[in-house]
Design a protein around this ligand. Structure first.
Ligand code: DC
Length: 218
């Protein structure tokens, strides 16, 4: 079974997907990490982020304990995936059709063989249009910026709240307006605005919809 969770950067989709996965005994597959993995590979090797060749990249992902690791050409890029520089550039890398093909292949192969809750931008619209359950998780920009700012502070980063807000607005623009598989709500996705909800409330809502489906785990 596939549960698709799409939404903009910082909407909380990954946090809630993680908890729902644990409750259901599903794998939480974070598709953004694959784009981040390719981005980290390009940045760390000082390669052109706009010039990705399919034959140059072997993308793999696997779970070590609960942690999703991302390997490019056999090297583990997991330690770099959450860096702010990787966040900003992953949006640009995500525009590239070749990158998207590489990521699509990787996620379809992995998720077709497992019960997964997958979060991303195009899961319900493009990657798994037949997903049994789809959510579109939204949140206003100010709240998202505040959440990301607090995360950055925990990492002792000195990036300002205003800068993060600007980055989010720019990333939204790019994610929503790119030509291939842009961020858009699937017509059959359930819309959840998390701006005024706690994590527990969002999880509760998702679980309610899951049980309403009357589906049992395969
Ligand atoms: O969810 P995230 O912030 O980790 O995603 C990083 C970038 O990867 C995002 O800005 C665009 C790209 N992405 C995408 O294009 N499609 C997805 N399904 C997931 C992420």
């Amino acid at each position: 079974m596939i549960i698709a969770v799409d939404g903009p950067a910082g909407s909380g989709k990954s946090t809630v997907a993680d908890i729902v996965a644990k409750k259901l005994g599903f794998i939480h597959f974070n598709s953004g990490l694959l784009y981040r993995g390719i981005t980290a590979y390009l940045l760390k090797n000082e390669l052109d982020i706009n010039d990705v060749k399919k034959e140059d990249i072997i993308l793999e992902t696997s779970f070590i304990g609960d942690v999703q690791h991302v390997f490019v050409n056999g090297e583990d890029y997991t330690p770099y995936l959450r860096e702010n520089i990787v966040s900003i550039n992953s949006t640009i890398v995500g525009k590239n059709p070749i990158t998207r093909q590489i990521v699509d292949d990787c996620q379809r192969t992995f998720c077709s063989a497992n019960n997964c809750i997958i979060d991303g931008r195009d899961i319900g619209t493009h990657v798994f249009p037949n997903a049994e359950l789809k959510f579109y998780v939204d949140c206003n920009v100010k709240v998202r910026a505040k959440r990301r700012f607090l995360e950055e502070q925990e990492k002792n980063s000195n990036v300002s709240l205003k800068a993060i807000e600007m980055q989010i607005i720019e990333r939204d623009e790019t994610d929503k307006n790119r030509k291939i598989a842009p961020l858009v709500q699937a017509p059959d996705a359930i819309y959840i605005d998390t701006s005024d909800l706690t994590i527990d409330q969002v999880v509760e809502l998702m679980m309610k919809y899951y049980y309403e489906l009357g589906l049992t785990q395969k």
